[in-house]
Ligand binder design. Structure first.
Ligand SMILES: [Zn+2]
Length: 282
């Protein structure tokens, strides 16, 4: 089965342990957080022969699951590895919007697992070496028994609405000139609904009500899990938190600024609200 004909939504089966043997395989090669691409072709991982003859020594190998029955591995190589002729290492950002979404998430999964492995080789509790578990995707310290799982940072992202208006904000820490939904990390001890109320109050000083969970998105920069909400305006005037927000305003849905891209949950939230408004379902 060729990579370009695989239906990833239906045919990717995540897994932690490879089968006993296989004839074909796919390899996503990662060096210092960047992903190997083949020059002049739409992105695909290397096949077994290409990986074997690439001429770069692998540092660690991680089974991700199979696509259409073919095992897929994330291959970490040494960060000083030269780019082999006809190949280049590219950032994960360069994949956004350039590959199909399921492929983007698979590459994001590969990068996150390699990074988790690389940064958890030693126990944070006692400093001894950790080893991979043979029962799940975790690393265990043999000296003190501490377990380490791949790191994920849950965050909320929320579109605040007031009838035909939506609240969008410009981030103070990026040069990009576009307005987006509010977002923030979940803190220990909080429910995700509490995070929404706290973040909205901190960033724009208003109260919201009637939170409705929308959907979620893996956002591997570096390891967020975005949990999307719609929320209705309740009370208060916009007062921005200047360290985080450069500007925040209510925009009529027919007069929006540069909107968030449709590759992100921020864009999906805005799009979903406008569709419902136009269908008279708000
Ligand atoms: Zn330990």
């Amino acid at each position: 089965m060729d990579w370009e004909y695989i239906d990833f939504v239906r045919e990717f089966n995540p897994g932690n342990f490879p089968p006993a043997s296989w004839e074909k395989s796919f390899h996503i090669v990662i060096s210092d957080g960047e992903i190997l691409s083949i020059d002049g072709a739409p992105w695909r991982p290397l096949n077994q022969d290409e990986w074997q003859w690439l001429g770069i020594e692998g540092k660690s190998s991680h089974y991700l699951g199979d696509v259409a029955g073919i095992p897929v591995f994330a291959e970490e190589v040494h960060s000083e590895s030269d780019e082999p002729a006809g190949h280049a290492f590219d950032t994960l950002w360069s994949f956004l919007g350039q590959v199909d979404e399921p492929v983007f998430y698979l590459v994001g999964r590969a990068k996150q697992i390699v990074e988790w492995h690389r940064t958890h080789r030693f126990c944070g509790e006692c400093g001894q070496e950790t080893v991979l578990s043979d029962s799940d995707r975790s690393r265990k310290c043999l000296a003190c028994g501490h377990m380490y799982y791949p790191k994920l940072s849950p965050s909320i992202i929320v579109l605040i609405t007031k009838g035909e208006e939506v609240l969008l904000a410009k981030n103070a820490n990026t040069r990009a000139n576009f307005y987006s939904t509010l977002a923030g990390f979940v803190e220990p001890g909080e429910s995700i609904e509490e995070t929404v109320h706290r973040e909205v109050m901190e960033e724009v000083g208003i109260k919201v009500k009637n939170l409705k969970y929308y959907n979620s998105q893996s956002w591997p920069f570096p390891n967020s899990l975005m949990l999307g909400f719609h929320a209705e305006y309740d009370s208060g005037e916009i007062v921005i938190q200047e360290e985080e927000i450069a500007d925040a305003q209510w925009f009529h849905y027919k007069n929006m600024p540069n909107k968030p891209a449709m590759i992100s949950i921020s864009g999906w939230l805005v799009d979903d609200y406008i569709k419902r408004l136009e269908a008279g379902k708000v």
